[in-house]
Design a protein around this ligand. Structure first.
Ligand code: BTN
Length: 347
């Protein structure tokens, strides 16, 4: 009811009378008043005018379930949200949701992770309240070998959502880092649970970390963009990582996170359904390739069997990267342990 009330207040341009809220939710005036007060305590600015009713003036920058659920217009992606202020990892939380029988599309989110997990056993820096940490539960009925492609489906969805929400030119560093101006703003970690005997996918968890407001506090305190960048990430990530706040060159205005979560869910639901039509990336690859940061540029392929250079052309229907080399023709690069870099810097 709380999320429905927020939705109603947000979508209405007029005041909504207390009576209308009572009728809509079949509760007493006192119950409505209690919820309005709770929302105010949680940071919503709600104007109450005699003989007119209530009007929502401002929402807090929160990832709380009622805020996210109040925004979702999807059929299944992110319709059910499980929120924690602090957690180990939302991927683990999402696995627990799966074990508890939550449906396809359930979303675990947190304001902060103390054990954020990255790819290849790395960690994921997850400070409180600044970024998006979320993990989406998927219960597909296709074969396990198709699963890695969903990471690319999420990658293109995040790029679309970032572009739609911020207007920044998001790019994809194959296979699934989202970058803005050559630095990473998002990482994706997909984990799969298989049935012991059936060898079918039991469920998948797609974890997404988006750096949103890193650097905001330092910027407000110092007014200096260089200091803000230095404060946002540890030394070893300075040249590799960035946030939407830093790239948008804002001075003292935070970026609200909830609408971005909403846009990612909308884009993912649409793209997932395109993926299901062919069980490969044929309907999505053109869009994905248009975001490819190194498209038609020289790259170094860091293959454990031997590094080589070439020109990155595009991904194919399976999400492999096609790299044209001088001496060995076009090579299909499979993700997994191989990384691809531009000749200079991280991307
Ligand atoms: C990468 O290394 O690029 C992947 C990083 C994925 C981080 C996200 S944050 C939300 C979810 N929970 C985790 O512990 N990891 C993923």
């Amino acid at each position: 009811m709380k999320s429905e009330m927020i939705r109603l207040l947000r979508e209405s341009e007029e005041y909504i009378s207390g009576q209308e809220l009572c009728d809509r939710f079949q509760v007493s005036r006192t119950a409505v008043w209690k919820i309005i007060n709770q929302l105010k305590e949680e940071g919503y600015v709600i104007e109450a005018k005699q003989n007119k009713g209530y009007r929502l003036l401002e929402s807090p920058d929160t990832m709380a379930a009622y805020e996210l659920e109040s925004r979702m217009c999807t059929k299944w992606a992110g319709r059910i949200v499980s929120y924690k202020k602090e957690t180990g990892s939302t991927n683990i939380d999402c696995k627990k949701l799966a074990e508890q029988g939550e449906p396809h599309g359930a979303l675990a989110v947190a304001e902060m992770q103390v054990n954020g997990r990255g790819r290849r056993g790395r960690g994921w820096q997850s400070p409180a309240g600044e970024s998006i940490y979320m993990s989406l539960l998927c219960r597909p009925d296709f074969a396990p070998d198709k699963a890695p492609m969903l990471t690319l489906v999420m990658g293109v969805s995040v790029a679309e959502a970032v572009e739609r929400y911020t207007g920044l030119a998001a790019k994809i560093k194959w296979p699934n880092d989202i970058v803005v101006n050559g630095r990473k703003i998002c990482g994706i970690l997909t984990e799969m649970e298989m049935g012991l005997e059936t060898k079918e996918i039991q469920y998948l968890v797609i974890g997404v970390g988006i750096n949103v407001n890193n650097g905001f506090t330092a910027m407000r305190e110092t007014g200096n963009p260089v200091r803000a960048r230095e404060a946002a990430f540890p030394d070893e990530l300075q040249n590799m990582a960035t946030s939407l706040f830093l790239e948008s060159e804002r001075k003292d205005e935070k970026i609200f996170r909830a609408p971005l979560v909403q846009y990612v869910m909308e884009a993912f639901e649409k793209n997932y359904e395109l993926f299901l039509q062919t069980l490969d990336l044929s309907l999505l690859k053109e869009r994905y390739n248009s975001y490819l940061v190194n498209r038609n540029a020289a790259v170094k392929v860091l293959d454990p069997k031997g590094e080589y250079t070439g020109i990155a052309l595009e991904i194919d229907n399976e999400g492999d990267l096609l790299v044209e080399t001088e001496d060995r023709g076009v090579i299909k690069v499979y993700s997994g342990e191989v990384s691809v870099r531009g000749l200079y810097g991280y991307t």
